[in-house]
Design a protein around this ligand. Sequence first.
Ligand code: SAH
Ligand code: SF4
Length: 363
Amino acid sequence: MQNLLDLDADGLTAWFAEQGEKPFRARQVLRWMHRSGVADFDAMTDIAKSLRDKLKARAVVAPPTVVSDKLSDDGTRKFLIDVGNGNAVETVFIPEDERGTLCISTQAGCALDCAFCSTGKQGFNRNLTVAEIIGQLWQANRALGAVHGDERVISNVVMMGMGEPLANYDNTVAALRLMLDDNAYGLSRRRVTVSTSGLVPAIDRLREECPVALAVSLHAPNDALRDQLVPINQKYPLRELMAACRRYLEKAPRDFITFEYTMMAGINDSDAHARELLALVRDVPCKFNLIPFNPFPGSPFRRSPAERVRRFGEILIQGGIVTTTRKTRGDDIDAACGQLAGQVKDKTRRTAGGVIPIQESRS
Ligand code: SAH
Ligand code: SF4
């Protein structure tokens, strides 16, 4: 059985051709699945019964299952998505005045092991399939009641949940193509953001194959510190990363890179660090997004005090860089940045590979 949610538009057209069906049929089914949120072939009313029967025999529309749905006091909503074997990943909807942003996961766990990241501390379990990545948007649209009217509840998607999107490149790009496809979600490239810890060759590939908005997790102004906080820096050091950012901007839908910078007290938050950053990014049009560190059980770091974050941001702004500080959202339901791991009561009882054992998650 083929899960049709695993295919982007080209993949679906090719699969329909293999079944002896025309491309416009693939397009119709694509619209039913993604624009109307329909999983039942019998509800696809403009498709001939003979084709519906054929589809039922050979395919399914199988989104991943939502195992819990929690609403934060500030309106943030967190979905726990089953990825099999009793494990789950997280998807977070963040409503704001002018937009609604869905933060989605691309891997169960993450192999890159950044020092301050709860997901990284779990280790790597596996890549999510296309159906599991796009299925987060599918399920959130449905839960938010967005599939029937024209109203677009989810206006932006950020790949800033669990996992490193560019380490699951093929599935991430297929899911991105569906997000951008007018017969599916029809989001503009500017409103879809990939966040990466800095996989340089994959940044170059994305620029050629599917340039969407890019956020790069910087977290340190020099290699000595970044080697410790973001270990992938040992393979792709800052000079190479900055060059990749400059190349990306030639094709990017926005004329800046967003640098994310998690602020940890006494680690990377001094005035000197801010000035060093200004020198580092001198040739890269960018904006900064400062993220006060979100603690999780067992982490050795502390959040920088608000006054320190303010002063750090001020130095960047005085240096001519647009800088925002991310408001902590959803932390009462453990949905804030870097807390996406679910919180297990007893770490030692985690499954071998990492991700969240559903039974133990109190998320
Ligand atoms: N793997 C990708 C995307 C997921 S992480 C990446 O690293 O960019 C999304 C953002 O949250 C990244 O900038 C990440 O560094 C940051 N983050 C991770 N742990 C955090 C924590 N405990 N507190 C605050 N931000 C954190
Ligand atoms: Fe992976 Fe991103 Fe966490 Fe680093 S910050 S461990 S790349 S999810």
